[in-house]
Design a protein around this ligand. Structure first.
Ligand SMILES: [Fe+2]
Ligand SMILES: [Fe+2]
Length: 274
């Protein structure tokens, strides 16, 4: 069993400092094995905002982390930078690595950059990126739960007609089914959500768990309080615990359980934990 802390959409520049402190405390208590950050570390990709994001990452528990950029991490004010080096500041302050990968005997996590120059809002994934992630997974232990991290979601709720999935998501999902991806983590929409991939992508014998995180610390909340996900994974089970800001600290919210079955990961039950 491994525990992943999945945080997203920090939006430094629009952060609530009280929630930032609360998140750091909550992450300490969670004792996660790995921390995943699924993009939008800053509000407008300004140096000051990246410095604040970097300082925050340095204060997080010293465990492995997999971090990917979001559309807000691309400069919108400097056209030259935007065209020539769109993620220059992200690379400078956060990480040079836009294809981060971490694995041990129980979990393998591949981060993919879905930010594109010409479509700042909606993300995209290409075949090279998908093949690279599958190649990384091929090096992992056979029993490891395989996790893909993107900023933009590869899947959204079937009744969500407002938000698109990332471009080329159908191609990506078909290949990820072949290389056995179990879990997709993303952000961007600022609303926490858990889905089964087989509703939108019916593929024989395959259904992955798709988890969106809300915004962890920013004031850009939509419909719900700040939140993040505490996810336990093992060969037979994926448990998604929603962590919700309660005004003074993060509290445990709903938990969803998925079990591995011959037709993929199946949702078991939702239970509310106060
Ligand atoms: Fe965001
Ligand atoms: Fe975003």
């Amino acid at each position: 069993m491994r525990t992943l802390a999945h945080i997203s959409d920090l939006h430094f520049g629009r952060e609530d400092p009280v929630v930032v402190e609360g998140l750091l405390r909550s992450l300490e208590e969670a004792k996660a094995d790995v921390i995943v950050v699924s993009g939008d570390l800053t509000q407008r990709a300004k140096k000051k905002q990246f410095r604040a994001a970097k300082a925050f990452l340095a204060e997080m528990p010293k465990v492995p982390r997999v971090v990917v950029p979001g559309n807000h991490d691309v400069s919108t004010t400097n056209l030259f930078e935007r065209v020539v080096r769109p993620l220059k500041r992200y690379r400078r302050f956060i990480s040079q690595d836009l294809t981060p990968f971490w694995s041990d005997a129980e979990v393998a996590i591949a981060g993919i950059n879905t930010v594109r120059l010409m479509s700042t809002k909606d993300g995209r994934m290409n075949r090279v990126q998908v093949e690279k992630a599958c190649g990384q997974f091929a090096t992992a232990a056979g029993a490891a739960v395989k996790v893909v991290v993107t900023h933009h979601p590869i899947d959204v709720a079937a009744d969500d007609l407002k938000h698109p999935t990332l471009t080329r998501s159908k191609m990506a999902m078909a290949r990820f089914a072949e290389c056995g991806v179990d879990l997709f983590l993303s952000g961007h929409l600022h609303v926490g959500l858990t889905l089964s991939s087989s509703v939108r992508y019916p593929l024989a014998g395959y259904s992955a768990v798709v988890v969106h995180a809300g915004t962890a610390v920013s004031t850009r909340t939509r419909k719900e309080a700040n939140g993040w996900n505490l996810i336990r994974v093992s060969e037979g089970g994926i448990f998604v615990q929603r962590m919700v800001w309660g005004g003074k600290r993060f509290r445990r919210g709903d938990m969803e359980t998925y079990r591995k079955t011959p037709i993929g990961w199946e949702r078991q039950a939702a239970e509310s934990v106060s």
